[in-house]
Design a protein around this ligand. Sequence first.
Ligand code: AVI
Length: 319
Amino acid sequence: MPALARSSEPAVAQGSSAVVAEIGAGLQARRPHISPKYLYDTLGSRLFEAICELDEYYPTRTEAAIFARHGEEIAACIGQGVSLIDLGAGNCAKAASLFPLLRPRQYVPLDISAEFLGEAVAGLQQRFPAIAMTPLGVDFSAGFQLPEHVSQTRRVFFYPGSSIGNFSPPQAVGLLRNLRDNLGADGGLLIGIDLVKQSSVLDAAYNDALGVTAAFNLNLLRHVNRLAGANFDLRQWQHCAYFDEAASRIEMHLQAQCDVTVRWQDGVRQFARGDRIHTEDSYKYTRSGFRQLLESAGFEAVQYWTDPANWFAVLYARA
Ligand code: AVI
C-alpha cells in the first residue's frame, strides 16, 4: 500500500510520470477513457457540490432525508465514540449531519481533492472542537493505511452518496474487501447506494437543464490539460450521459463535435467527429444485488434503510 499523502499535498501530483502514463494509456485505448477520479480537482469538487443542489439530482437529498429520518436508529446501530473514516468526504457535510447523534471520537475524512478537503475540515473543526480531525488527501481506491492513533479505536467506514457505484462490480468487491481487511475488531461500514429506478429519472439526474453536470464532465478535460500537458479545447467536446438498462449503469462520455487532434506530454491521438471518451460509470443496484456484493466481500448487512419511493438505500454492515 502506498504511504499516506499529507493533507496539504495534492493527491494527484501535477504532471507526475505515473499520472501522465495512466492518462495517455486511457486516451490511446481502443475505447478511449479517462478515470473519473480526474473529475475532482478543486473546481470539479465545487461543481459536484452544485450538482448535489440540483432538482434533478435526487441522490443527495434522498440520502440526507434517510439520515434525518433514521439517524437515531443508525447511531444506535453503530454506537458512540468511534473513529469515523469518511471515504471521498468532499465537503464533509454528510458526516457532519451525523456528528450530533454519533458523537465520534475521531473523524478521518479522505479525499483525492486535498485542497478542497482541507478547507472543509478547517470550518468543521471550529464547529465540533471536541472531535479530533485528521484529513488525508489520498486516492483511497489505490489502497491506504490509517494513522496509528486511528487504528487503535473502533473503526467505522462511512461511504455515502453511492460513490461505490462509480466502480465496476468487481472493482467494488475489491474495494470493499480492502475495507473489510482494515476494519479491526467490532468495526462497521455505513454505506449509501443508489437503487434501480425508471430510466427517465436517471437520465434527467445526469442531464440537468442548467448544464452543471455537463460542466463537471468537461472540467475533466481542463484538469487533464493541466496534469498531462494536453491541449483539449473544451468547445470541441460535448457532455453525453444515458442509462444502460442491461448493464444497470449510467454511462458518462465526452463526444467530439468535429475532427480533433489531441496532443499531450508524450502522445497524440486523432478523434473523428462523434468519437467518445468514456469518463464515468454510475452503477445502480437492487437491494438483493448489493447484498450479494457485500457478502462476496466478506460483509454481512445488518440493517437497511430506504426512502418511501425506494430510490436510495443506506446500509450498515459488519464483517
Ligand atoms: C460521486 N458520484 C456518486 C456521482 C454519481 O452520481 O455517480 C458523480 C456524478 N457524476 C455525474 N453526476 C454526479
